[in-house]
Design a protein. Sequence first.
Length: 323
Amino acid sequence: MALVTTKEMFAKAYRGGYAIGAFNINNMEIIQAITEAAAEERSPVILQVSAGARKYARHAYLLALAKAAIEDSGIDLALHLDHGADFDICKSCIDGGFSSVMIDGSKHSFEDNIALTRKVVEYAHAHGVVVEGELGKLAGIEDDVNVSAADSSYTRPEEVEEFVEKTGVDSLAIAIGTSHGAYKFTPDQCTRNADGILVPPPLRFDILEEVGRRLPGFPIVLHGASSVPQDYVREINALGGKMPDAIGIPEEQLRKAAQMAVCKINIDSDIRLAMTAGIRRTFHDDPSLFDPRGYLGVAREEVKKTVRHKIADVLGSSGALDR
Ligand SMILES: [Zn+2]
């Protein structure tokens, strides 16, 4: 078993009508939870590292933990840099043993995005590493990435062929209405269903469809695709937390995207929520607890449960390792 690129994973996912989960990692418990869940579901999985996570846990630890997870879980893993902001951080992760990097040039002009992405692709491919690019801008906040709703924009399908052709990227992140963080929509952007639950505006499947038509067989990536489970939000709020109006993407919509051209779905906020709910519950139930294994162990179980649910019910990748 080894660190692998996403090439084979995406080709199989595209043909099979499912997506691979790319879960953000920050520490040992999260890595164990994700990889144990994937191994039990017999699903391929991507561990991804943001610049913020790299600052927090440091590159050497995350790489060593990912390798330990391969040994322990017995499955191949891809290790991916999430939102590389410039050539240097991509180079550092390529030189440092990652199997995949994202260069996020979406804040630049179309031409500058192409030039920057091309430069990363040339270096990455020469070292056996694959590259994800981005067209269109997602709103929201994720570690060092912060884009206001006013500055966000949907991907323009008429640009995707030229971008992929000129850059040589292996996959492409697009903006179709998802966003980063746990507050993806304000309540006034949503409608209420019969049960009084807030329903956000639907994703722009017309854009995804057009992108898929223009790039047949090419893997598309969805960022900002947490569902923000309301059970966790309610529990956190009931136990002293303060997360008013946290709203995510309905899972049925993500399932639909996974059946289309989307081969990679990024999930971070839902892991944070699972972990936070588990820790809050543990302290609430046993205020005398001071063994970190007590609360981090519960948090790890909650993350694992969340990841198994995503794989089985949202991504559709259960059993894919055996197919
Ligand atoms: Zn993202």
